[in-house]
Design a binder for this molecule. Structure first.
Ligand code: ADP
Ligand code: MG
Ligand code: MG
Length: 193
C-alpha cells in the first residue's frame, strides 16, 4: 500500500492529464487523496494480516474518494482482502485467486466488461498473467497491466464518464487503466521485483 501511495503521488499529474482528455480532470487528485489517507491509516498501526491490511485500505478508499474510482478500487481491495481471509502468510497462488475474486467484484459493481475501456482492461490481464505463472510472476502481471492500459487508447469507452464522449473517447488512454497499471507495478515492486 505504501508503494502504491508513492506511485500514485509521483504520477498524479499524469493521471489527471489523462482524465482531463476524456473525463473531469480529477483522477490524479482522487487517487492521491485516497492513497494518502490509506498511508496515514497504516501509519497509525498495521493490521495483523495481509487480508486485513487490504480490507482496511479498501474501506479508506471508499470513504475518502468521491469519484467512481473510490468505490471501484475500494471494492477491489476489500474483496481481495476478504478472499485472503485471516491467513498470516499468503502464497502467490492464493494472491492470484484473491485478486481475481476482487476483480470480479469490480466488474459486478460497475457492470463493465473487457474492452469497455476501464480499469478492468489493465486489472484482468494482470490477474490472468499472475494466475498463469502459478502466482509467481509479479513482473509478468505488471507488464500485462501496462500493456492492457496502453491498449485502452484504441478503445471506445462504454462505461463511466468517458462513455459520454462516444467515439471521441478513442485515441486517449483510460485514466483508471493507467492507475491500475501503477498499482500492479507497486505490487511487483513490493514483492521484490
Ligand atoms: P470519476 O469518473 O467519477 O471522476 P475517476 O476520474 O476517479 O472518477 O475515475 C475514472 C476511472 O474509473 C475511469 O478511467 C475508469 O477506468 C474507471 N471506471 C469508471 N466507471 C467504471 C465502471 N463502471 N467499471 C469499471 N471502471 C470504471
Ligand atoms: Mg474523473
Ligand atoms: Mg469526478
Amino acid at each position: 500500500m505504501r508503494a502504491a501511495a508513492d506511485a500514485v503521488d509521483r504520477e498524479a499529474d499524469r493521471l489527471t492529464e489523462l482524465d482531463s482528455a476524456i473525463g473531469d480532470a480529477d483522477h490524479g487528485g482522487n487517487m492521491r487523496r485516497g492513497f494518502e489517507a490509506v498511508r496515514s491509516e497504516l501509519d497509525e498501526g498495521v493490521p495483523a494480516t495481509p487480508g486485513s491490511v487490504l480490507m482496511t485500505a479498501g474501506r479508506k478508499l471508499v470513504s475518502t474518494v468521491g469519484g467512481a474510482s473510490g468505490p471501484l478500487y475500494g471494492t477491489l481491495l476489500r474483496r481481495t482482502g476478504k478472499t485472503l481471509g485471516d491467513a498470516e502468510v499468503v502464497t502467490g497462488e492464493e494472491l492470484a485467486g484473491a485478486l481475481s475474486a476482487g476483480i470480479d467484484a469490480v466488474a459486478q459493481l460497475g457492470g463493465a466488461n473487457a474492452g469497455d475501456k476501464t480499469m478492468l482492461d489493465a486489472l484482468r490481464p494482470a490477474a490472468d498473467a499472475l494466475a498463469d505463472s502459478g502466482g509467481k510472476d509479479l513482473r509478468a502481471a505488471r507488464t500485462a497491466a501496462e500493456k492492457g492500459a496502453e491498449d485502452t487508447t484504441g478503445l471506445q469507452a462504454r462505461k463511466g464518464r468517458a462513455s459520454y464522449l462516444g467515439e471521441r473517447s478513442i485515441g486517449h488512454q483510460d485514466p483508471g487503466a493507467a492507475s491500475a497499471a501503477l498499482l500492479m507495478a507497486a505490487l511487483a515492486e513490493a514483492g521484490g521485483e
